[in-house]
Design a protein around this ligand. Structure first.
Ligand code: NIG
Ligand code: FE
Length: 397
């Protein structure tokens, strides 16, 4: 059993503070050290009191925080939709229709091609401080291609999500009911052994996505197959996604771009069960209005931040970018945004072993080339965050 002591932590963000305002929950410690044993945090305390360990990594006064938890990403896809983004910036609105372009490219890709695309995206995320990623299928939309997407995702993460109900694929356009039968029947049965979660794009504003009744059928079938529930909701306009997610006790409802007062009340009542996962990279990349994250916090809603990294609505893998957007555009303080991107998103995955730095948690540590977490949004766009690689002699590059 080898142990490592990480010393010289100028600011340690534990996300293990008191209940109360999120700023307090950050649990900041200064001049701290962390002992890591067998991948878990074994000790946290003042640097001056750090016990001896087999190895010592000194981070030279830098800030350390829990690795970002990116609880919403679509990484298993091939092809490129840069032209769609350019057209959108010239005024063409997003309606989900481009998903079919990625479905065609993904079906045409070999396993090895898809695997190396996912590997590159994971490496990109880790290099920006992300240590846990949820990965959805949803660009296969046949039994074989959905299972293949989930198998490949499972090579990289345990947080795998079956999203056969992403859109109705072109070959089923004339018969939505048949596709729903497939998604809730044979496709689900084949996918479930490779997935932890089921998700659905519930969006009445897109002809390609699913109505409330269709989405309920997908979620109930997924739950019956043993999967946890996640929902894409209220992305393109006001809609039923949030209420459906709360009704079914989903772990997370994601996007929440357009929320009514009733939606906010329902989410506040569901705190502790359903997290509102905000994806500001999507508002950025689709020129949509940003939801009022600060208002959600004031109302008592549990919030998370994630990238939604995907080829259509946000081809960014950067949690620091998301944190900066949440601060600048959604009213969060730098501390609230960091908390939502770590402990908040861990909660949306119903995980208590990540998103915090405390004895017994996973030793997923991210270091900043900066003295405090404030710099993540203060120095937006500057690559200051990286996951600490404790296997490397100095903690990584
Ligand atoms: O979360 N809205 C549904 N799915 C993705 C976008 C997928 C795509 O356009 O390729 C999202 O925004
Ligand atoms: Fe998504």
């Amino acid at each position: 059993m080898s142990s490592t002591v990480v010393t010289g932590i100028g600011e340690l963000v534990t996300c293990d503070g008191n209940d109360g305002p999120v700023g307090d929950r950050l649990g900041l410690r200064h001049d701290a050290a962390v002992v890591v044993q067998d991948g878990l945090v074994a000790w946290v305390g003042p640097s001056a009191d750090a016990p001896a360990a087999d190895r010592r990594v000194d981070v030279g006064g830098r800030a350390v925080l829990p690795g970002f938890v990116d609880s919403h990403a679509h990484l298993v896809f091939a092809g490129d939709r840069g032209d769609e983004f350019a057209a959108r910036m010239a005024g063409t609105p997003y309606d989900g229709g481009g998903i079919g372009v990625s479905v065609a490219a993904t079906r045409a890709a070999s396993d090895d091609e898809l695997r190396s695309l996912v590997a590159a995206r994971f490496a990109e995320m880790r290099a920006q401080g992300t240590t846990t990623v949820e990965v959805k299928s949803g660009y296969g939309l046949t039994v074989e291609d959905e299972v293949r997407s989930l198998r490949i995702a499972a090579e990289f993460t345990t947080e795998t999500t079956f999203l056969g109900a992403h859109v109705v694929p072109a070959e089923h356009a004339a018969d939505r009911a048949a596709y729903l039968d497939l998604v809730t029947g044979r496709m689900l049965a084949a996918a479930a052994p490779h997935a932890r979660w089921v998700d659905v794009f519930c969006e009445p504003h897109s002809a390609h996505a699913f109505t409330a009744d269709e989405a309920r059928a997908v979620l109930v079938a997924g739950r019956d197959a043993g999967l946890g529930l996640r929902v894409h909701g209220n992305q393109l306009g006001h809609g039923p996604g949030v209420q459906l997610a709360v009704e079914l006790g989903a772990a997370s409802v994601d996007h929440c771009t357009y929320l009514s007062d009733d939606d906010v009340t329902a989410l506040a009542d569901a705190a502790g069960t359903t997290v509102a996962t905000l994806l500001p990279g999507v508002e950025f990349s689709t020129r949509s209005p940003y939801p009022d994250a600060a208002g959600l916090l004031r109302a008592g809603v549990d919030i998370a931040l994630a990238t939604d990294c995907n080829p259509g609505t946000c081809y960014s893998s950067s949690m620091p970018f998301v944190v900066a957007l949440a601060v600048r555009e959604m009213g969060l303080t730098p501390g609230e945004a960091v908390y939502a991107a770590t402990a908040g998103s861990a909660k949306s995955l119903r995980r208590s072993d990540i998103g915090q730095i405390r004895v017994g948690s996973r030793a997923d540590l991210t270091v900043l080339d900066a003295p405090s977490h404030v710099h993540l949004s203060y120095r937006a766009g500057v690559p200051i965050a990286r996951a600490l690689d404790l296997a490397a002699p100095s903690g990584g590059p």
